[in-house]
Ligand binder design. Sequence first.
Ligand code: PBG
Length: 323
Amino acid sequence: MMFPDYRPRRLRRTEALRGLVRETRLHPGHLVYPLFVAPGKGLKAPIDAMPGCHRWSVDTVVDEAKEVADLGVPAVILFGLPEKKDPQGSEAWAKNGVVQKAIRAIKKAVPGLVVITDVCLCEYTSHGHCGVLAKDRVDNDATLELLAKIALSHAQAGADMVAPSDMMDGRVGAIRSRLDDEGFDDVPIMSYAVKYASAFYGPFREAADCAPQFGDRRSYQMDPANAVEALREASLDMEEGADILMVKPAMPYLDIIRLLRQEFTLPVAAYHVSGEYAMIKAAAARGWIDETRVMLESLLSIRRAGADIILTYFAKDAARALA
Ligand code: PBG
């Protein structure tokens, strides 16, 4: 193909022509909206570093879930802020914990909405780590049993899917066998298979009140320098029974999304995380970028890299912009 015989601009002349040859599309049907649920009633507390996002109570989160569904977004992922924290994070698997209550309320009011739950301990432990401690170290194997309990409690409350985000070794297998033993073999696991120890989670840690009280998460989350290791993590999770493989964060790791898309046949999800959202919001608030266009281009890029599903705080805005 040589100029002047071949002229790529021919197919860019009109919007209709560009649409005909468009390779990737963005649709609300690919999106998952994260929701933060806290104790109380009538709560709608803005999250400073995530403009447009709130902490909800069980009563108000139901209305929010309805709005999400009405916009054509098919799924939400729930995060909980417990009444009280302890070293084990025991509120995480409480039958009447805030997430368990929210699952029941949302499934009752909006049965068609897919309710995914984040399975982790960091919002529930007093020390803020994603597992239980043994001498200031996160104890991998002791944590597995607790994660399985959390996932089971979510399934029992009616969750459509569970999403472990803790990065303990072996957690997908532990959760899968516990769910199967208890008759929940039809509840899929979306594994945060490739989750990096990222600074882009900053605003989320404020929103979910889950910053580690000492140290950091580098002994369990992945080193941002590694790509081949992502294949090992994803293989393990697939072998252990994951139904969907997630990469997190999204935009700084588009190469990893592409790698998983090429190497695996499971659906790939990408989490466009709080810091990615906050950067766009902050620059747009200063008038430095066009928020809607940057949002749509970002989400489209994540799809183009190979993500089937995108978890994003922009889900509602994007659905409106795409309508
Ligand atoms: C919990 C969890 C985190 C996020 C999702 N689940 C925080 C963390 O690992 O520190 C981050 C999401 C975001 O930044 O939007 N383990």
